[in-house]
Design a protein around this ligand. Structure first.
Ligand SMILES: [Zn+2]
Length: 237
């Protein structure tokens, strides 16, 4: 019901750019005007090598996490940037469709750079949200992003990566505290469904990387052949 209400309330949002506030012209939007779309601070990391070269900033953020097949984030996420409005709307102001739109746009760019993406990744798995939090928010924003990504890339979206408990924010913790905070946070509901598959974790913002690293570890332990990671934002460290 919360999700229905959130979606219904979005029908009455005026057609303006969510970043600069200007009215959207024909062919622009639904989130960004052409100028803000062009100026989005893209990381373009998804084409950078991951495991060994140490030049992929998304992979590097996972610190002691497992090597990823592909690792990407749509844009650099900085607290002072006007582009944070996109993520705040999605996470805190009940705008689930923004997640779908961002996922669609990022998916189109992934596909343009990696045309064989759908043959390299067999399933997208949004980072699970504890059921209590999902009820209070009305939706899981990572699931909304994954739906958009799935639409434009043609990769199916699964719901196998469950959060078994809620966890607090990671940013002000030490590396050791972060590891303990996320230890055994996730559970793969049906391991046989991902056994031997190349899967991709879908997250909203990669900040410390601890949560994504734990998700990747859990999926590999459950039998995934490889894990990739696609996020909307890579927080400035
Ligand atoms: Zn704009």
């Amino acid at each position: 019901m919360r999700r229905v209400l959130a979606t219904a309330s979005e029908l009455f949002v005026p057609r303006v750019c969510k970043v600069c506030g200007c009215s959207l012209g024909r062919g622009e939007g639904p989130l960004l005007c052409l100028d803000c779309f062009v100026k989005l601070p893209r990381t373009a990391m998804h084409t950078a090598p991951t495991a060994s070269c140490g030049i992929n900033a998304v992979q590097e953020r996972l610190a002691d996490g497992p090597p990823l097949l592909l690792a990407g984030a749509w844009f650099y996420y900085s607290r002072n940037s006007p582009y944070t409005a996109l993520v705040r709307g999605l996470k805190y102001y009940g705008r689930p469709s923004w997640g779908v739109e961002m996922g669609r746009a990022y998916g189109a760019e992934l596909l343009a750079d990696i045309p064989d993406l759908a043959s390299r990744i067999q399933v997208l798995l949004p980072v699970g949200m504890h059921w209590r939090k999902e009820i209070s928010r009305g939706y899981n924003q990572s699931e909304r992003i994954a739906c958009g990504l799935g639409e434009t890339t043609g990769i199916p979206v699964g719901d196998n990566l469950r959060a078994v408990r809620s966890h607090a924010t990671q940013t002000r913790r030490s590396a050791e505290e972060r590891r303990r905070n996320v230890h055994d946070l996730f559970h793969v509901e049906h391991p046989h469904e991902i056994h031997g598959l190349s899967v991709a974790v879908v997250d909203d913002i990669v900040t410390t990387g601890s949560t994504a690293a734990e998700a990747a570890r859990t999926l590999l332990e459950a039998g995934a052949a490889s894990v990739s990671l696609f996020a909307i934002g890579l927080a400035n460290s």
